[in-house]
Write a protein that binds this ligand. Sequence first.
Ligand code: LR7
Ligand code: MN
Length: 559
Amino acid sequence: MFAPRKYSRPRRCIFYILAFVICQLFFVFLFIRNGSYDNKAFSHQPLHHESESRKHFLEYREFISKTPQRSEDFYQYNLHLSDSLGVIRKLPLTKHTSCTTRSYNLPPPWQSDVSVVISFHNEARSMLLRTIVSLLRRTPEEYLHELILVDDGSQDVTLLDDLRRWMEEVFGGRMDRLGLILLKNQKRMGLIWSRNKGASLAEGHYVLFLDSHCEVNDGWLEPLLERLELNPQLAVSPLLDPIDPTTLSYRKGNELLKGGFDWSLHFHWLKRQLAKKELPEMAYKSPAFAGGILMMSREWFLQLGSFNSQLKIWGGESIELAIKLWLCGGQIEIVPCSRIGHIFRRLHAFDFPPQLDQQLSPAQETYLHNSKIIAESWLDEYKNMFYALRPVARRIPLDHTYDEMQRLRRERQCQPFEWYLRHVSPELRIHFDELSATGTLRNEDRCLHARQSDSQLILASCYLSDITQWRMLRTSGQLSTQRELCLGVGHRMGITLQPCGRNETTRNSQRWLRLGTHFLHAETHLCLDNPLKERLEMSTCRSHAVSQSFQFALEMDAS
Ligand code: LR7
Ligand code: MN
């Protein structure tokens, strides 16, 4: 028999060492190829000619060296890191692999090219540049009609001139084919005004609104175009991948979330359930956009009156557009095969101009002002729900009427808001249906308030900007705050705030019955009372006691 050949021990050793070294080399090779950061900005896929890379790199350093402020607080992200990342970097593939292997049915470019509108206020040069370059590099040239940049009163006075020069230098001949419109608002006009201005000048078939600290990922456009082609009244958002403001790491966004808002008209992500044969990477309907990054037919956008021009500075415009789209014959989809990264900053990086109200911050007042316009224009009788939760909004003056919006609603035969609750956002409707009353809870001239710092229950001015909004749950009789804390009666009849109970026992100790304006605790049969003006206690119910009388801002069942 032929015996298997045996290697001697030292030869086996050499074999293992060699195998190990080859493996290492292989991994190093992979690492270099896939390194997620491309620090040498121009070495990877040169923007122009390879030979000019070095020259462009120096021009880039020169360009960003003129960034006016160097502090991180000013920008609310890691400026130093942004500068050192260079003008473009390789991004991880965050979408499902099937998105890259399939082909897309695209209309010809002359029927579907895009105008991109970016409004910015005090954006760092390197960040703005990365947004622009990622867009130019990752968008098929024939589909990008133009780029419209609106500088909304930034401090950096030479930015636009420097930018134009830099782009012409680096992108060379491409700049002759790309429309480039650079506008500067001498006085800051706000994001909403500026985006409308940009869109009014656009000539492409579609318009895309982008923040100025984004990185578009490979193949972002095709999946959006394919969806829009099927329905001219559709508007789409890409799936947003979060970029961390400190590490600038690019992460995968969540496909199981859709956009929505609550009755205070604040944006929220909502969980979605997949239907039976639905895959997470398929485009899905959403009650609102993924924030403010959206694309739609320019003509359709103008027909809907653009972003409501009464809205000031920042906030609410994409919620307003979402409501009017749905009610006036359009739809919204989020498309997970299209990915755009966005830096989610923890705080606003800009000031809001001073407003009238002394008790509200300018940011709060601006947001409330904008929300009030949305409520008055679109919410019909449901606007009472908004006012119940945001009573201070009643005080905010609006310097116009809603005639224009009412005309749009009539002309376009838009549905009433009820329709949105029924067909688009069941979440908002359930929230409405499960409550029997909501809003502030007033006793004489003060309101029941759960202080955020120590969760103490006190009676405070009803006009505190963060005055607690209570919710009376219809079936369980629980009285809960928006942070899911419920009013209960504990040790020695003390009134406490506890996590809202889900089981029978805790629910019983948190159950309240309403006798006229009195709140009767189901277990102890005592009434909520305010005998000392500051503190609450439980005491025997007395039908005419004013100290036991509490009124909700909104009763759902009142007709
Ligand atoms: O006065 C201003 N003028 C401006 O041009 C104030 C801001 N801006 C610019 C600013 O430079 C930035 O490019 O407007 C853009 C948005 O402001 P951000 O980035 O400071 O705020 P944000 O990321 O929270 O913005 C979200 O909300 C806005 C409300 O008006 C818009 O809808 C933005 O599009 C929206 N951003 C996103 O949706 C990205 C995803 C975040 C989410 C959810
Ligand atoms: Mn942003």
